[in-house]
Design a protein. Sequence first.
Length: 193
Amino acid sequence: MKKWIIRSVIGVGSCLFLFAISAAAQGGELVRAEYGDGARRADVTQQVRAFIHDGVLRMDVTDGVLHVDPAYGHLKELFIAVRHWDGQIEEFRFPEHAHINLVLDPEGGYRFEGRELHIMRAFYGNNGHFNDVTEIIRASKRPDGTVFIGLVNNNTMHGDPDPSVHKVLRVLYWFEGQRRQVVVQENGELRLP
């Protein structure tokens, strides 16, 4: 009886964890979205785009939300492809019933009219786990309009989004009327512009 209770608790806990998964990856442009099981997938890019508001994708992965069931009776996944600022495309997989909270680039992109350095977005992490460090980078701006962080690490970025991986700092910024981006490896230095 005791073993049955322990197995039940573990099973329920696993299911709750699976269904409560939330995206931790941040930044980039939604390229495509597909929903299904194996080869039975449907293009749901437009349905997913409808849930992006102010650059944030928030939605639950269900047949009802996506208005399609390409693999009736099977557990499905939502596949989302995101193009990052450096041009690389990363695909994320979310199981049916997961909750997604994904920060993306605003649909119209970023615009800044000034010529001085302006930090648009900054994220620290890797492999789909990032912390939004935009305000940390903005606060590092000096009176002369430059940004310098001598050591990019978990301390200076105020947290470790994934202890198991080597991290990078991605900064999207405007300078002299142009959108630019830089990727700094963990333990490297950030110097802008």
